[in-house]
Design a protein around this ligand. Sequence first.
Ligand code: ZN
Length: 234
Amino acid sequence: MPIGLDHSVSRAIAIPQPAAVDGAAIALNSNVLVLNKFYQAIRVINVKRAFSLLCRELAEVIHIETNTHSQSKWLNLDFDSWRDLSQLKAEFEPDEYEWIHTVRFQIAVPRIIRLLAYDKLPRQDVKLNRRNIYARDSNRCQYCGKKYPTTELSLDHITPKSQGGRTTWENLVCCCVKCNVRKGGRTPDQAKLRLVTKPAKPRRSPVITIRLADERYWSWKQFLDNAYWTVELK
Ligand SMILES: [Zn+2]
């Protein structure tokens, strides 16, 4: 399948280096939600990768327009149609989008694309890994409640492994160095520490949940909820 093997930038569009164009750095840092052919959200990718898929006609843009009555409709657009629509947007709603400038034209960064031939279902399980636990806990030490940069946090087994604690969503939290030292190889009770929140397994990727808080990505919501409600139960 196309997804996963794409590192090249298509010939059809020259993505500028971030330093070359004002605003390009912001645009290149945007995220694009990827749907499978059944409109189910499967992952988040960067702009370069999204344009490469579009240019090679492996994907189309899903654009959501909201009218004055707050009704929304979807448009399915190929690369050329999206470029044409971008010209209108550039004129009337330039602030609503991030822009990629090429020698001959500028094009808006799409928020959502759909893979035309990819029919695999989204993974239902959120991976238990460091990144997702930090994201679930919003980089907040779950004992003192303070926020730290990722480099100053570690993972803590609430019930230590030495006391039979398991590596699960319910038994892992992120924790600052100071609290980690204070807790040592003990349970919170033994160390007289209290958890700020009860850890649980998130329903969807916590990384996506963080992006949803950014209003630029409001249009993702219906597809994420849709995936949640329509995925077949096993
Ligand atoms: Zn702490």
